[in-house]
Design a protein around this ligand. Structure first.
Ligand code: ADE
Length: 246
């Protein structure tokens, strides 16, 4: 998969060359190409923005360098994202959709925004990473890259980790524990050291349900609507959680 990022601040993308994402690049599973929009300006002072028509504060990204950069990477026909607080709020289903693409383009805006003709002509999808305002699209772009990359087969260490997650998909994660079994008087739930995989699974499922009910009742409602493939025991646990008062 190729992710093409157009930005005025290419150095900000150092983090995506590290760790898991760095290894994904080395293995040829993911290519993140960072393109400096300024390289495509025709302005003699290398400017990439200008004052807004109609007046107002801030600067607006000019169409010329953005169009030329998009043409240079052959963005026509590819999915092009524009991170913006005005956009559709990013969720896992959009990330899953993006992970199926061969190419994704992300244009990072700054200052007051970009000339609307860039968004309209290139049919960009505006995406928000939450209801707060950042100074630019670079951090949201890295959030998107990270979330997409971990879905590419081979990027995460163990192929099991997806499988595991799918049983609990739509729920918040259950608590994790590691050695030692006893730490400064704090112990690990007994069931996890029982060696009984069925009991462990049911305990984890119940913990996931409890956490989801407490913290994200909206997600639990959605889970209940879609929960037709549960086993008898899982259904019983779900009923217990839904009926409990806490
Ligand atoms: N740019 C500025 N704020 C943003 C946000 N919350 N999400 C996506 N892009 C942004």
């Amino acid at each position: 998969m190729n992710i093409h990022v157009l930005t005025l601040f290419p150095d900000m993308f150092l983090p995506v060359t590290q760790s898991i994402l760095g290894r994904a690049e080395e293995k040829g599973l993911l290519q993140v190409r960072v393109i400096n929009i300024r390289d495509y300006t025709l302005d003699k002072h290398n400017r990439t923005d200008d004052t807004p028509f109609g007046g107002g504060a801030g600067m607006v990204m000019s169409p010329e360098p953005a169009f030329r950069a998009l043409e240079a990477i052959g963005a026509q026909g590819k999915r092009i994202l524009y991170p913006s607080p005005r956009g559709k709020v990013l969720d896992q289903s959009l990330i899953e959709d993006l992970a199926k693409q061969e190419d994704v383009v992300i244009l990072c805006g700054h200052y007051e925004g970009v000339d609307q003709r860039i968004l309209d002509h290139w049919e960009m999808e505006e995406v928000s990473i939450g209801d707060y305002v950042l100074t630019g699209g670079e951090l949201p772009a890295m959030v998107i890259i990270d979330a997409v990359a971990r879905l590419i087969p081979g990027v995460l260490g163990s192929p099991d980790s997806h499988l595991e997650e799918s049983i609990y998909s739509g729920l918040l994660e259950y608590p994790h524990y590691t050695k030692p079994r006893e730490f400064r008087g704090l112990s690990v739930p007994e069931v996890l050291v029982s060696g009984n995989h069925q009991l462990i699974h049911l305990w984890r499922f119940e913990e996931s349900l409890k956490l989801t009910k407490e913290r994200r009742p909206d997600l639990l409602e959605e889970f209940v609507r879609a929960a037709d493939s549960l086993t008898k025991q899982e259904k019983k646990i779900l009923r217990g959680i839904l009926e409990s008062e806490e």
